[in-house]
Ligand binder design. Structure first.
Ligand code: SF4
Length: 341
């Protein structure tokens, strides 16, 4: 069974209704009886009176359908050349989400309906860099698969990149709404990665996301559709029994993804780290969190963006690294580990 996110309330920016996707979403949500409000510009004042925890939970159940006004694509180093803006935020409530510090106090979901204009801009970037390949990342500010069953936007975007000689797409997801994607003519130009973790970590820290076995079923569909496929194992956490749990995770992946010879399977490995600001936001939004964030047990390191992060100690990172490299080498000898950080 697929997990499909259904918003509790949908706000439409008036302009969005003049686009086919805006109209389609309006009809879909109306027919489901979901409360709808049309506004000239979106302002969700009902959230401001709540506690950070309530505000966060409620924002994650609200969807705004809008027009992406600024078509200046942000850069996305080092993983891609540009971000491809399709949506912002996602219904998941992962405690360590990379968006905790970037989406402000009201991280409600936003989906952009002017897809043709977004792709037109992508086309300009591709042409200006050709014959060099331009790589776009569709998950820099959201999980783009979460809303796919409603929008079909990713399907169209994948079809678009399938026809490109000098443009490629990549994104990562924890969601499972891939049934439209398996029909797309991707031509090997879209690299789809699934973000996975041990069962225990998913249950404790990734609320509002599909469980491991559903993510793997979705990954198997993507593997069968012959997409370039990858797994991001992140954040890698040390806790009692972590080696046993992560070995089980790798074995379950091996069992579920039965043939990946045509998928150029990749792994990306990211150990847990946090900033002081992220820690404060996490503790406000998840007061009972079990996430270990004791600065005194970590190594502080300045990052390239001018703020510091707390990493596991060098010897702990080394232990995690050898554990994963050895186990991946044993279970997935054809796979490529793109990086470990
Ligand atoms: S699924 Fe991804 S984007 Fe959504 S909350 Fe979790 S980490 Fe953030």
């Amino acid at each position: 069974m697929n997990y499909v996110f259904t918003p509790e309330k949908v706000f439409f920016q008036e302009d969005s209704l003049s686009y086919p996707l805006g109209q389609k979403l309006y009809s879909s949500f109306k027919s489901k009886g979901i409360p709808i409000k049309i506004m000239k510009s979106i302002r969700i004042t009902s959230l401001s009176e709540k506690t950070p925890e309530e505000r966060y939970r409620q924002a994650k159940r609200i969807l705004a359908v809008t027009v992406k006004k600024s078509l200046r694509f942000a850069t996305c180093k080092p993983s891609a050349h540009f971000q491809l803006p399709l949506s912002t935020s996602c219904p998941g409530r992962c405690e360590y989400c990379y968006l905790q510090t970037t989406l402000g106090t009201q991280p409600y979901l936003r989906v952009y309906v002017n897809l043709d204009q977004v792709l037109q801009k992508a086309q300009e970037h591709i042409e200006s860099r050709a014959p060099r390949v331009t790589l776009f990342e569709a998950s820099a500010t959201s999980d783009p698969v979460a809303l796919e069953p409603w929008t079909n936007s990713l399907y169209k975007v994948i079809q678009y990149f399938g026809k490109q000689r000098y443009g490629k797409l990549r994104f990562v997801t924890k969601f499972t709404g891939v049934d439209t994607l398996i029909k797309a003519k991707h031509n090997g130009n879209t690299h789809i990665r699934f973000s996975l973790n041990s069962d225990k970590v998913i249950k404790n820290h990734e609320k509002g996301t599909p469980p491991l076995h559903q993510r793997l079923e979705a990954a198997q569909k993507i593997a069968r559709a012959e997409y370039p496929l990858g797994f991001i194992l992140a954040p890698l956490l040390i806790y009692p029994g972590w080696e046993k749990d992560y070995r089980t995770l790798l074995e379950v992946i091996k069992k579920k993804i039965t043939s990946y010879e045509k998928n150029n399977l990749t792994f990306e490995l990211i150990t847990h780290r946090f900033t002081k600001r992220a820690k404060n936001i996490i503790l406000e939004r998840f007061p009972g969190s079990q996430l270990q964030m004791e600065e005194s047990k970590r190594q502080f390191k300045w990052g390239q963006f001018g703020y510091g992060k707390y990493l596991y100690l060098p010897e702990e990172r080394e232990k995690i690294k050898s554990f994963f490299l050895e186990n991946i080498e044993e279970l997935f000898p054809e796979a490529h580990v793109e990086y470990f950080i």
